[in-house]
Design a protein around this ligand. Structure first.
Ligand SMILES: [Zn+2]
Length: 56
């Protein structure tokens, strides 16, 4: 199925993520949609990683 290719790998399609303490929050990669936009997916993830490193 085509939809499978668009499943957000960060949240595995649930649209939600949880940290170690059990807090749930909207997936920042797909915006809670559970799917990612192929047009901007990989590039956006790389941008986020670069930003995190700068903040580190
Ligand atoms: Zn996601």
């Amino acid at each position: 199925m085509v939809e499978r290719n668009n499943t957000c790998k960060a949240c595995e399609g649930t649209g939600m993520l949880a940290d170690d303490e059990g807090w749930q929050y909207k997936c920042s990669v797909c915006g809670g949609e559970g799917v990612r936009d192929d047009n901007s997916g990989p590039t956006r993830i790389l941008d986020v990683d670069a930003t995190n490193r700068l903040l580190d």
